[in-house]
Design a binder for this molecule. Structure first.
Ligand code: 13P
Length: 250
């Protein structure tokens, strides 16, 4: 089963955090389907988290990879390295990386290819800014981000797209779930019509997902799951969100 709920822990965590999180998560999660759940810790904790999660089939991934395989690039981590640690996916092109680390569509495209070459499923993030939303250019912006990232990577065997409006991230605000649903439908249309050789597995929503808004999001047909930041740091809340998803969708 494709990933449905992915925790993006961003710049948070420690070995102790991994243990506490797992304790809370397993105490509160009442589903069986671990393989639809993913966690992206800081890369330095991937190995430790894998050991803490032990035999459960929860997928572990990275928050970012480098755009090349090897070379004089101090501080970078490649797709083959995360694969070596047992990662099955990587978030790519998160808006925080686009904004803070100046990642362009071109760079993101190279990263998608690296992921694909190493059998790591990329979770490509797209999303409009508040200004773009106010200018009514959301559809166009998202379409351009998708085309810009995929045009030179048109044969990816698998990809997940996460629609994350920049203004919804960490703000407590979310778009109307019906609008998210239409956006996801549009994303699926764009990928399937323009890039028929790309295997789009699912379209997740990200931005201020929490236990309160989870059910109205997961009731929408085209919202295949969620990429969750803040609320995923609490093992109990993440488990309860996963229970809501299971009740509605599995
Ligand atoms: P929040 O859930 O904290 O809004 O973050 C969303 C996000 O950026 C996930 O990648």
């Amino acid at each position: 089963m494709s990933l449905c709920l992915v925790a993006n822990w961003k710049l948070n965590g420690s070995k102790e955090f991994n243990h506490q999180w797992a304790l809370e998560f397993f105490k509160n999660f009442n589903g069986q389907n671990f393989s639809s759940i993913g966690i992206a810790p800081a890369s330095i904790y991937i190995d430790h988290l894998k050991k803490v999660i032990a035999d459960k089939s929860i997928k572990i991934g990275a928050q970012n990879i480098d755009l090349v395989e090897t070379g004089p690039r101090t501080g970078e981590i490649s797709a083959s390295m995360i694969k070596d640690l047992g990662c099955e996916f990587s978030i790519i092109g998160h808006s925080e990386r686009r904004i803070l680390f100046h990642e362009t569509n071109q760079i993101i495209c190279h990263k998608l290819i690296q992921a694909n070459n190493n059998f790591v499923v990329p979770i490509l993030c797209v999303g409009e800014s508040m200004q773009e939303k106010q200018d009514n250019t959301t559809f166009k912006v998202i379409e351009q981000q998708i085309i810009g990232a995929l045009k030179d990577a048109s044969e990816l065997s698998a990809i997940i797209i996460a629609y994350e409006p920049v203004w919804a991230i960490g703000s407590g605000k979310i778009p109307n779930p019906k609008e998210i649903n239409s956006m996801h439908e549009m994303i699926k249309d764009v990928v399937q019509s323009r890039f028929p050789k790309i295997g789009l597995e699912s379209v997740l929503y990200g931005g201020s997902v929490n236990l309160e808004n989870a059910s109205c999001l997961f009731e929408q047909k085209n919202i295949d799951g969620a990429l969750i930041g803040g609320s995923s740091l609490d093992g109990k809340e993440f488990a309860l969100i996963a229970n809501v998803f299971n009740d509605l969708r599995v």
